[in-house]
Each structure stands twice: as structure tokens, then as C-alpha cells.
Design a protein around this ligand. Structure first.
Ligand SMILES: C[S@@+](CC[C@H](N)C(=O)[O-])C[C@H]1O[C@@H](n2cnc3c(N)ncnc32)[C@H](O)[C@@H]1O
Length: 253
């Protein structure tokens, strides 16, 4: 199914790597030398209790994983204060949000920490297994267990089709699709997002995704865009401007 991806099984997980490889229909390597000698660019590997994504540079050490702890500078309380541009864009009265472009789930998890009820949709099976692993780790956090918080629900599917079939209509649908970079090699793109682009490419069907979100949201659609990109749904009702990005807000009523 994926030409450029394999599992590297270093014996760290209770689940054999072959299990994951079979699920994604990709090869499984048993050691780093095998992986290095292959012409495969990316690897899924359990390291320090997390499922991580590696490229050839990260084979020896490190790896990219879904980070479930609060971001640097973010308050470690729950719910975190809703006093930033992102929260304002999502709306003061919003309770439920569907993140239709989950990716590394950093926005989903920020919404979860702010107390929103979050549903995550991600179409890439690779990203979905990484998010699934992150949500398992999140469930084990004391602050989540002690408060018996309802964890984000993950749906692995194309949101363009799935948004119309949700059990409950969400107040808000949040979109952060992949836009082409302004320059060919954007030094500003974080490594994990750059890798996402290398594996998945740009989301060329984002216009259809916006149309599906507009149909399925009860109150608003929020689109995160780089500052150079045209608004996805025409002129937005409100714009919350950040440093290099903005949130375009489309209100239904
Ligand atoms: C730029 S990333 C999102 C990053 C994310 N906001 C975060 O905090 O990590 C875009 C992600 O949306 C996913 N995606 C794009 N279009 C989608 C669709 N129609 N249905 C589901 N997922 C989609 C891509 O597979 C990719 O993982």
C-alpha cells in the first residue's frame, strides 16, 4: 500500500512489529542495518513506549511521535485557558469540534486540553496508527484519569465522505489541510509537518473538504491557513491573525 514505508521491529513493544506491518501491508525489518540498506525512506518503530516515525536520519536515535503533553509555555491545568487566537476562532459557545484533518493531532490535543469535546478524523492510515498510539498514552496520564475525561474519538477515514455520516452534528468543524509551501523548501516548516508533506503530499481536494464541512457543521467552520494562502471558502466572516498563519472563521448563522 505504501512504497516508502516499513516497520522497524526492535523488540520494544508487546505487539510484534509484524502485526503492525500486516495491518498496513508494509514490510517489517528486524534490525537497523537491514533498514539502512533498504531504499525505504520512512519507518514506524516503537521507542521508549511510543510509536514513532523515523526517516533514514532518525534511524539511530529519536523519532517523531504524537506529543500528548501540553506544549511549551502552555498552562498545565485542565481546562487550559481559552484566551488565544485559536480558541477565539473556535468560538466561545462551541462545545463539540470535529478536527477533520488530524495529522499529528497537535491541534486536536490543544482543543482537548482547552475542554472541547473532540472527534478526530484522519485519512492516512499511517498518521491514524500514530494518533491511536498517542491517544492510548493520553488515556494513561494521571490528569486525564483523575478527571475521568472523555478522550478524543479517532475515525480513520476520508472526512469528505465521513462528515455527512456523523452520529452527532458538531458545533464546529476545524480544517488544517496541507497547503503547498510558499518556497520549495520552506525552512520554516517543522520537521514533523515537512515529513507529513513528503509522505502524503499536499491535500489537493481541500475545496471539497470545505464544502463537506460547511454542510456538516452546526455553527461554524474554522480553517487554519498559511498567511499567503487564499481563503478556502471565500471571504470569511472573521479572521484571527497569527504570526505566520491565520484562522478563517465561517459562520452558519
Ligand atoms: C497539515 S496536516 C494537519 C496537522 C494537524 N492540524 C496537527 O495539529 O498536527 C493535514 C492532515 O490532514 C489530513 N487530511 C487532509 N485531507 C483529509 C480528508 N479529506 N480527510 C481526512 N484527513 C485529511 C492529512 O492526511 C494530514 O494528515
Amino acid at each position: 500500500m505504501f512504497d516508502n514505508l516499513a516497520v522497524l521491529d526492535q523488540g520494544e513493544s508487546v505487539l510484534p512489529g509484524q502485526h503492525l506491518a500486516d495491518r498496513l501491508s508494509i514490510p517489517c525489518f528486524k534490525n537497523i542495518d537491514q533498514a539502512k540498506q533498504s531504499d525505504i525512506a520512512f519507518f514506524l518503530c516503537y521507542r521508549n513506549g511510543c510509536l514513532t516515525l523515523l526517516d533514514q536520519q532518525l534511524l539511530k536515535k529519536g523519532g517523531m511521535r504524537v506529543e500528548v503533553d501540553p506544549r511549551q509555555g502552555e498552562q498545565h491545568s485542565w481546562p487550559a485557558p481559552k484566551n488565544n487566537q485559536f480558541a477565539l476562532a473556535l468560538g466561545k459557545k462551541t462545545v463539540s469540534v470535529v478536527d477533520a484533518t488530524t495529522g499529528w493531532a497537535q491541534d486536536s490535543l490543544a482543543m482537548f486540553r482547552m475542554g472541547f469535546q473532540v472527534t478526530c478524523i484522519e485519512r492516512s492510515p499511517i498518521m491514524a496508527v500514530l494518533v491511536e498510539d498517542g491517544l492510548k498514552r493520553l488515556a494513561e496520564k494521571d490528569w486525564v484519569k483523575n478527571r475521568q475525561l472523555r478522550l478524543p474519538k479517532l475515525i480513520q477515514a476520508n472526512a469528505i465522505e465521513t462528515l455527512a455520516t456523523l452520529d452527532e452534528t458538531p458545533d464546529c468543524i476545524y480544517l488544517d489541510p496541507m497547503f503547498p509551501p510558499k518556497r520549495k523548501k520552506s525552512a520554516l516548516a517543522k520537521k514533523n509537518i515537512a515529513v507529513l508533506r513528503d509522505i502524503l503530499g499536499d491535500d489537493v481536494d481541500k475545496q471539497q473538504l470545505f464544502a463537506a464541512a460547511w454542510q456538516a457543521a452546526a455553527c461554524r467552520v474554522v480553517v487554519k491557513s498559511p498567511d499567503y494562502a487564499e481563503p478556502l471558502g471565500g471571504k470569511p466572516n472573521m479572521v484571527y491573525q497569527g504570526k505566520l498563519l491565520r484562522y478563517d472563521v465561517y459562520l452558519k448563522k
